[in-house]
Design a protein around this ligand. Structure first.
Ligand code: GRF
Length: 219
């Protein structure tokens, strides 16, 4: 079973969705570590309630030493725990190229917009400001560019008249909690093949709920 590490900075609701998927036997992975860059992240307690070991690697301790110094400490912690697959779940740090090289094709991220639209902070607010009629969320492999990399799965939601950032974020979050566990399941099963910016899901036919948009061929 793949050893999974999850990186968080905040409440960790996507982390919980993944841990529930593991607990119910849907995701064949062993959650060996949750790392936060913030000591007061509420997600740390939630991880502990699943009996998953936690670690805090505060970026404050590395101030002035550059992004990579902090990343090296995080990766040391992950490697010590034997982590093979990394999920970013509301981890509010940009990974250095060095970090990404340590786990090639093994780092997943979730973003609250249909990438490549609205990368960066506040994807939901950006969609509202743009007047988009449809937004959603994306799980993708992480590459050296921010909120970029091969798309694994997306889910679309309407932007309704009268939406504000909170109501749109809530609607998107429901979908995040559906697609992230799905992507982690495929990754844990070693069924994802990266072809450029496309991802192919190998194996038996995948049955997808109707609002899931697959960017790639399902073979
Ligand atoms: C989510 O909206 C996720 O898409 C974004 O950060 C938020 C994290 O929420 N990357 P949570 O900590 O998983 O509840």
């Amino acid at each position: 079973m793949k050893k999974l590490g999850i990186l968080i900075s905040g409440r960790g609701s996507n982390m919980v969705a993944i841990l529930e998927g593991i607990r119910s036997g849907v995701i064949p992975a062993e959650p060996v570590l949750v790392v936060s860059n913030k000591a007061d992240a509420p997600g740390l307690e939630r991880a502990a309630s699943f009996s998953v070991p936690t670690a805090v690697v505060p970026q404050k301790a590395f101030r002035g030493q550059g992004r990579e110094a902090h990343d090296r400490a995080v990766v040391d912690t992950l490697k010590e725990a034997g982590v093979e697959l990394v999920c970013l779940a509301g981890y509010m740090r940009i990974l250095s190229p060095w970090f990404i090289e340590q786990y090639p094709g093994k780092i997943l991220n979730i973003h609250p917009a249909l990438l490549p639209s609205f990368p960066g902070l506040h994807g939901q607010r950006q969609a509202l400001e743009q007047g988009a009629r449809i937004s959603g969320c994306t799980v993708h492999f992480v590459d050296a560019e921010v909120d970029h990399g091969p798309t694994i799965v997306q889910s679309a939601v309407p932007v309704l008249p009268g939406d504000d950032e909170e109501s749109l974020s809530e609607r998107i979050l429901v979908q995040e909690h559906r697609i992230y566990p799905l992507a982690v399941k495929w990754a844990a099963e070693d069924r994802l093949r990266i072809e450029g910016l496309r991802v192919v899901v190998e194996g038996e036919e995948v049955e997808l709920p109707s609002s899931l948009l697959m960017p790639a061929v399902v073979k």
